[in-house]
Design a protein around this ligand. Structure first.
Ligand code: MTE
Ligand code: MO
Length: 228
C-alpha cells in the first residue's frame, strides 16, 4: 500500500499517460476484448480470448513508479492474476518447457518487455482491465495491461497481445536502448537500467518528464479528435 516513496521518486499526483516518445502516437487497434497469443518454447501455440472470464478476479492496490522518477500513489487495479492465467490457462494448454524462465511480453503499439517468469508469478502481478473503479482507459492500457508494482513502470506493459516463454534468451531486443532496460528493474533495488547506477539515471531522466507528459497528452488529444 501507499507508504514512504522509494529512493529517488516523487509524487506526481494523477497518473499521466507516459512512455518512450516513439509510442506517444501509437494506439491499440483492438481495445474491446483481450486477445493474447502464447508462443516460444511451448508444446502448443495458443490464443487466449474468452477464457479469461472464467478466472477468479483479483484486486491490488499499489503505488506506481516510473523509472524517470515520478510515482502515482495508491492505484487500485482489478483483473486477473498473471499467476492464475499461467497456472489455469497457459500451463495446461500451451505446456511451456519447465525451464522456460525468460518471458517476453509484447504490446499492440509495438512496445515489448522481458521479465523472469518467477517475477511474474508473484501474488501482486495482475493483468488489469480496471483502474480505480473504472474500466481501464485506452490511455492506461486497454484492453489489458500488465501491472507488476515491484518493477519500474516500463515493465508494466499496456495493450498486451503476445507472451512468449523461452528457456534461453532468443536474442531479445528491448524497445529502448539496451542500457535502459534492466532484466528485472526492481524499484526496491533501484534497478533503473543497465551499466549506469540508479542514482545517476535519476538525474538523466528527470528533465524528460515534462516534455514526455506533454507529448503523450498532445497525441491523446489528437487521437480523440480523430475518433470523433
Ligand atoms: N505498450 C506500452 N506499454 C507501456 C508504455 C508504452 O509506451 N507502451 N510505457 C511504459 C512506461 S515507461 C510507463 S511509466 C508506464 C506508464 O503507464 P501509463 O501511461 O498508464 O501512465 O507504461 C509502460 N508501459
Ligand atoms: Mo516509465
Amino acid at each position: 500500500m501507499t507508504s514512504e516513496l522509494p529512493k529517488g521518486q516523487f509524487d506526481i499526483g494523477k497518473m499521466p499517460r507516459f512512455g518512450l516518445s516513439q509510442f506517444a502516437d501509437r494506439f491499440p487497434t483492438q481495445t474491446r476484448t483481450p486477445q493474447i497469443h502464447i508462443s516460444g518454447d511451448v508444446a502448443q501455440e495458443i490464443v487466449l480470448e474468452d477464457q479469461f472470464a472464467a478466472l477468479p478476479r483479483s484486486t491490488i492496490v499499489a503505488d506506481f513508479h516510473c523509472v524517470t522518477t515520478w510515482s502515482s500513489l495508491g492505484k487500485k487495479w482489478e483483473g486477473i492474476l498473471f499467476k492464475d492465467v499461467y497456472e489455469k490457462l497457459i500451463s495446461p494448454r500451451a505446456k511451456p518447457d519447465n525451464h522456460a524462465q525468460f518471458v517476453i511480453i509484447k504490446a499492440q503499439d509495438g512496445a515489448r518487455i522481458s521479465l523472469p517468469l518467477d517475477d511474474l508469478l508473484k501474488d501482486n502481478v495482475i493483468l488489469a482491465d480496471r483502474l480505480d473503479g473504472e474500466p481501464l482507459s485506452e490511455a492506461h492500457g486497454a484492453p489489458l495491461r500488465l501491472v507488476a508494482p515491484d518493477h519500474y513502470g516500463y515493465k508494466n506493459l499496456k495493450y498486451i497481445n503476445r507472451i512468449a516463454f523461452h528457456v534461453k534468451d532468443p536474442g531479445y531486443r528491448p524497445s529502448s536502448f539496451r542500457f535502459m532496460e534492466h532484466p528485472r528493474a526492481r524499484v526496491a533495488f533501484e534497478e533503473r537500467g543497465l551499466i549506469f547506477p540508479g542514482w545517476l539515471l535519476r538525474y538523466a531522466y528527470r528533465p524528460l518528464i515534462k516534455p514526455t507528459v506533454r507529448l503523450f497528452a498532445r497525441a491523446s488529444n489528437q487521437r480523440a479528435r480523430d475518433i470523433e
